[in-house]
Design a protein. Structure first.
Length: 340
């Protein structure tokens, strides 16, 4: 066991929850818990929708796959009514932890709700604060702040919109997606006007706001940021046109290259833009900033992920490895940033 260089801590890892990214969160959290235990910390796993996850269930959960599709809304409704436990912040596993490691993705775990609850009782936690989390989760507000910070981002408009308005302002193809979701849940590429209404309806199933964004053809790139350090730029090469849920969490559906094979000047520019985006949203801890890069090396920031995936196939661990940081050390550094 590679023990931590610092005193062991009581760490509660929050994983699961009731968002469409529940299965991804469980996979991230289980891996984080193992890494922190290997560093010598005392770790408790808690599902904020259900409660403490007994040790006897952890191995069974580790054997499960994330799956090629997110759980249905009906499945999520069957888990604690699709809500977090009302007594979450009263649980001793939360109140008495030295730090809560947030391995939640999407929904109340990533939109600032859980962060605000933890702030209200003075519990330290990893990642960004409640306000920054809410801002980053809202794709429209994020894009407004990106542009204010001179971070390029594609043109957009908010639904509902007529076909003519979309054609004039954004053009086709366009990306239609929930404004406050992740893992491409509810996302559709609309290639012609006749597909627009159905795509908007699908996105509205997952959120009360829907974004219509200009589709940027090109390469899918990502930059992890840890504190004030930008990781090497990575490139994602999905078998599909979009790096969707299936490609992200199914082995063989995408290949990742760290560092990306792009000119050094372009890589350095992307790293600077990633840090600017991170700072523009007032993020802290660890986040992932995603870009599309055109053939003429124009970069467009897609979004910031304040609680990025930490599964075996996720991008932040690969970016950290390219920077010479092991997964255990990455988890340790995230914890220490939350205590600083």
């Amino acid at each position: 066991m590679a023990a931590s260089l610092l005193a062991p801590l009581d760490i509660t890892v929050l994983m699961g929850g009731a968002s469409a990214e529940r299965n991804v969160s469980l996979a991230s959290g289980l891996r984080i818990a193992q890494a922190l235990q290997a560093r010598g910390h005392r770790v408790t796993a808690v599902d904020p929708a259900v409660g403490v996850i007994p040790e006897s269930e952890l191995d069974e959960l580790r054997r499960r796959n994330v799956g090629t599709e997110p759980p249905s809304l009906e499945e999520l409704a069957g888990i604690s009514g699709g809500r977090l436990r009302e007594d979450l912040i009263s649980m001793p596993e939360i109140r008495e932890a030295d730090v809560v490691f947030l391995a939640l993705h999407g929904g109340a775990g990533e939109d600032g709700t859980v962060q605000a609850l933890l702030d209200s009782v003075g519990v330290r936690y990893t990642g960004s604060g409640h306000m920054a989390s809410a801002i980053a989760m809202d794709k429209e507000i994020s894009k407004i702040l990106f542009r204010a910070a001179n971070v390029s981002t594609a043109d957009w408009m908010m639904a509902p919109q007529s076909v003519d308005a979309v054609a004039k302002t954004v053009g086709f193809p366009a990306v239609v997606k929930p404004s406050k979701q992740g893992s491409t849940v509810g996302l559709t590429i609309v290639r012609e006007g006749g597909q627009l209404e159905a795509a908007i309806a699908e996105a509205f199933r997952y959120d009360d706001e829907v974004m219509i964004e200009r589709f940027v053809p090109g390469r899918e790139l990502t930059v992890g940021v840890l504190g004030d350090q930008a990781f090497p730029v990575g490139e994602i090469k999905p078998v599909k046109e979009i790096y969707d849920y299936e490609c992200k969490y199914t082995a063989g559906m995408a290949t990742e290259e760290f560092p990306a094979q792009i000119p050094d000047a372009v890589a350095e520019r992307l790293q600077r833009e990633a840090v600017r985006a991170f700072q523009a949203l007032k993020l802290r801890g660890c986040a992932r900033i995603d870009f599309r890069l055109t053939d003429d090396h124009e970069a467009y920031c897609l979004e910031a992920n304040t609680l990025p995936g930490m599964t075996a196939l996720s991008l932040i661990p690969q970016g950290a490895a390219a920077a010479g940081i092991s997964f255990e050390e990455l988890c340790e550094r995230i914890v220490q940033l939350s205590l600083g």
